[in-house]
Structure formats: structure tokens, C-alpha cells
Design a protein around this ligand. Structure first.
Ligand code: PEP
Ligand code: MN
Length: 463
């Protein structure tokens, strides 16, 4: 199993942005009440605070239900526990839950109700200041380097990783099993006299989200018309693509080539997003288009040619939407990461990187797709990285094999140009694949992701 990604402060918003893009209608996509559905949709309320696999209880068996054992959260003090809203998860033959004010983590034998281990946050000033004592909606599970691990967030806003078998902190995760989620947030209200004001409000009662998903983004190079965009969006959605991408502003090598539809193109994207319930990514080429893209789209693309347009990067850092930052065609890894810093230094941490090929002497492809940058980035950065094999190769026949390779090398997704009539496309026709080929690509990317212990969800699960 590969190491799952966990929410860290700078990554939090990115993950939330991507996650919400992935799950436009969680209950529908996950199959509410089905065994494939996640626990949070199993009859839990919107806050995921009640656990009840309602699909297992029906008119026929409800009369025969018996209480097997009772489990009292109040045993897990030390403070009296007057509100308890934990949501247990079952992994293998164990239940895991949080209990009590402290959000103590417990492992329970589901056959007997016996508590097998318990972990409790120690006293600390942040616990004392926390506004989230009394609340704890549950824990999350993932394997880290093959080790079964329980994750939870404490009232004091620390992310904790515990060995699922023993309840001991995982020594190699964060600092001795703990990651301080306040670090790096850095923008608490400051009072001239009192210094940094109490940050106890910045916390969470929810279990951490372990992101293990892979995304497939598809769409035409350029938005050409409503009809063309609708046709392709429908194909992307029904094939299981999770995000739709199309350019309304096109940075073209020649000023005489099609430059994109501009704002009317953004309006088309907005219509398509509503109609097909799919989030959209589109490129901003200057500050003027950035403001419009920020208003219409779900994610702002900064293209390869603008990767070092520092004024634009800073403006993207002040935008509200996530930013997809493409690697410049001669940019080093460090330059790419520093460009991402430009965006984040202005307060927008929702940055997704994208490898799209670099210029080399090779002329069998349009660019040389540098897949080795993916594991290199994974060592240095928490940011997600997509691979764009369409611009990376410039050739339709190379898009599928390089997509498979991208996922195999650890990319968090692929960005694919698709057109139903590539020969008529106003830009990048030779690298656009047909909707049928895109379907196959989604299936194969999903299969490879699964080999690595990752998933392409919920797109395929919804089918
Ligand atoms: C595009 O994504 O259509 C594009 C122009 O890509 P890049 O900036 O990577 O050349
Ligand atoms: Mn293109």
C-alpha cells in the first residue's frame, strides 16, 4: 500500500477543494445505503454524527434485534461526559471510535464490547482553549506503509496517527505520531495589546479525511461552442471523468491562431457545469481573465507559459478558487515549487501541480513528458500533482500509455484533452482522444490505481 495523503494545513483546502469536486453529490455517488457507500452515508446525518447502518435493519428483523452489549463513553473521562456523538468504524474484527470530552480513541471488540486499547490526548493549552471539547465524530482508517493506522483530530487540533493494533503513536508519522494542524495557518486574529488571540476556534470535530483518490480530468483544449462543449462534457461525465476542463482563453504561439471565446466561453462552461453537475477548470492568461475565471470556474489553470508570471501567480494567490499550476516547458522542479509558493504566500493553499512535458531535443513527441518529476515532487512537497500526457506527447496514440504510466509513478491524476471531432478542433486536434478512448482510459487508470491501493472514486463506483 502506498502512503496515503493526509490533510495537513497547507493541503487542507486543496484536498477539500478537490474532494468536493470529486463528490458533487456524495450520497448519490456513493450509493446511499449500499455496501459500497462510505460509513458517513450510512444513514448518518449531514454532520456524519450518527452511525446506523439502516439498510441492515428492516421491518422483518427489527422485532428480533437485541442489545448485545452497552458501551459507555462516560468511562473515558477524566471530565464528565455529557455529550457524545462518536461514529464508530469497523475495520476487520475491530471497532474504533472516539469517546468523551477528550476525544479519547478506543478500539473495541465488537463481539463482547470489551475495550482493547485507549489513547487520550494529554493536557495542553490548546485543549484547554478548544471550543470543540465534547465533540468528536469519529476516526479514520488507512494503511501507512502497510501498517494499519487509525487517524483522529484532537480537540486541540492535532492530527494523531495510532497503530490500529496497539493504540501506540506511529513513531515515523509527523513528530512521534502527531502533526500540529495549527502550524502554518498563521493568520489568527492579532490584538495590538494581547498578541495572538485565542485560536481555540480553529479546530475540527470531524475525523480526518484520508485522500487516496486519483482524478481524471477531461475536456477539449478550447471551448468552441455550446454544442461542442456539451457533447464533450456529457462524454466525460458518463465515462467517469471527475472534472471537466476547457479553455476560454488560449495562450497560442501565433497571434493569428484561435485565441478562445473569452467570457462567452466561460458562460458556456458555467452552463455545462450546471447541466452535467461536473466541476470545471479553465485557464486564466492575465489578471483580467483571472478575475472572470475566479467568478465562473471551480479551479483556475495557470498555463506553462505563465508559470513564472509572478504578478499573475500573486493574483491567483488572492483568488478564492483552487489553482492548477502547469510546469513551464523549461522549468526545474525547484522553479515549479517556488511558483507554487508565490500563490500560497498570498494565502491560497489550494494549489495542484501539473507536469505537462518539457522541451528537449527529442522530436518523436511534442514535448518530453518528465514522469520522474512526480516521485521527486512527492518527496519534497505535499501538493497534489497531475500529469498532462496530451500536451506532454502531443500525439493521440501516446496519451493512453502515458496516462497508465503517470498513475503507476504516483501521480494524483491525469488531465486529458478529448474531442468528438478532433479533425475539426480549433486547437490541439492531433493530441485529442475520442470519447470512446477516454472511457477506456478511465477504466485502465482505475485498474492501475487499484494495484497501488488507490481508488478512482466515486466516479466508477457510481456506475
Ligand atoms: C492547455 O492546457 O490547453 C495548455 C495551453 O497547456 P500548457 O499551458 O501546458 O501548454
Ligand atoms: Mn491544449
Amino acid at each position: 500500500m502506498m502512503e496515503p495523503k493526509l490533510l495537513r494545513p497547507a493541503f487542507l483546502a486543496t484536498v477539500l477543494a478537490v474532494a468536493s469536486a470529486l463528490v458533487p453529490h456524495p450520497a448519490a455517488a456513493q450509493g446511499k445505503g449500499t455496501e459500497k457507500g462510505e460509513w458517513r452515508y450510512w444513514g448518518g446525518d449531514e454532520g456524519s454524527s450518527r452511525y446506523s447502518p439502516l439498510d441492515q435493519i428492516n421491518a422483518g428483523n427489527v422485532g428480533r434485534l437485541e442489545v448485545a452489549w452497552r458501551w459507555y463513553a462516560a468511562n473515558y473521562g477524566p471530565e464528565p461526559d455529557f455529550i457524545y456523538r462518536g461514529t464508530p468504524i469497523k475495520v476487520g474484527d475491530r471497532l474504533y471510535n472516539v469517546a468523551g470530552q477528550r476525544r479519547s480513541v478506543v478500539s473495541i471488540d465488537p463481539a463482547t464490547g470489551e475495550t482493547l486499547w485507549m489513547w487520550r490526548e494529554r493536557d495542553n493549552p490548546r485543549y484547554a482553549a478548544s471550543t470543540r471539547k465534547n465533540y468528536g465524530k469519529g476516526v479514520a482508517y488507512a494503511e501507512v506503509n502497510g501498517r494499519p493506522t487509525i487517524f483522529m483530530i484532537t480537540p486541540g487540533y492535532y492530527l494523531v496517527a495510532l497503530d490500529a493494533d496497539t493504540g501506540h503513536l506511529l513513531p515515523f508519522f509527523g513528530l512521534g505520531g502527531i502533526v500540529d494542524l495549527h502550524l502554518g495557518l498563521g493568520n489568527y486574529p492579532v490584538d495590538a495589546d494581547r498578541g495572538v488571540l485565542d485560536s481555540g476556534d480553529i479546530t475540527s470535530s470531524s475525523p480526518p479525511i484520508v485522500v487516496n483518490g486519483v482524478v481524471v480530468v477531461g475536456g477539449p483544449c478550447a471551448v468552441e461552442s455550446l454544442d461542442q462543449t456539451r457533447t464533450i462534457a456529457e462524454a466525460i461525465k458518463s465515462a467517469g471523468g471527475q472534472l471537466f476542463r476547457g479553455g476560454a482563453y488560449k495562450p497560442r504561439t501565433s497571434p493569428y491562431s484561435f485565441q478562445g471565446l473569452g467570457e462567452p466561453g466561460l458562460e458556456i462552461l458555467a452552463r455545462v457545469r450546471e447541466e452535467f453537475d461536473i466541476p470545471v477548470i479553465t485557464e486564466a492568461i492575465d489578471q483580467e481573465s483571472l478575475h472572470l475565471v475566479d467568478r465562473y470556474a471551480d479551479c483556475i489553470q495557470i498555463g506553462a507559459r505563465n508559470m513564472q508570471n509572478f504578478a499573475l501567480l500573486k493574483a491567483a494567490g488572492r483568488a478564492r478558487k483552487a489553482v492548477l499550476l502547469k510546469r513551464g516547458m523549461s522549468a526545474t522542479l525547484e522553479e515549479l515549487l517556488l511558483s507554487a509558493e508565490y500563490i500560497m504566500s498570498e494565502g491560497n493553499y489550494n494549489v495542484i501541480l501539473c507536469e505537462r512535458g518539457v522541451r528537449t531535443f527529442a522530436d518523436h513527441t511534442r514535448n518530453t513528458l518528465d514522469l520522474s518529476v512526480v516521485p521527486a515532487i512527492k518527496r519534497m512537497s505535499h501538493l497534489p500533482i497531475l500529469v498532462d500526457p496530451s500536451h506532454g506527447t502531443g500525439k493521440r496514440t501516446k496519451v493512453l500509455p502515458m496516462s497508465r504510466a503517470a498513475i503507476a509513478v504516483g501521480a494524483d491524476g491525469v488531465l486529458i484533452e478529448v474531442h468528438h471531432k478532433p479533425e475539426e478542433a480549433l486547437s490541439d486536434g492531433p493530441q485529442a482522444i475520442l470519447p470512446k478512448a477516454f472511457e477506456q482510459l478511465v477504466r485502465e487508470v482505475d485498474a492501475i490505481a487499484q494495484v497501488l491501493g488507490r481508488t478512482l472514486q466515486p466516479a466508477l463506483a457510481a456506475r
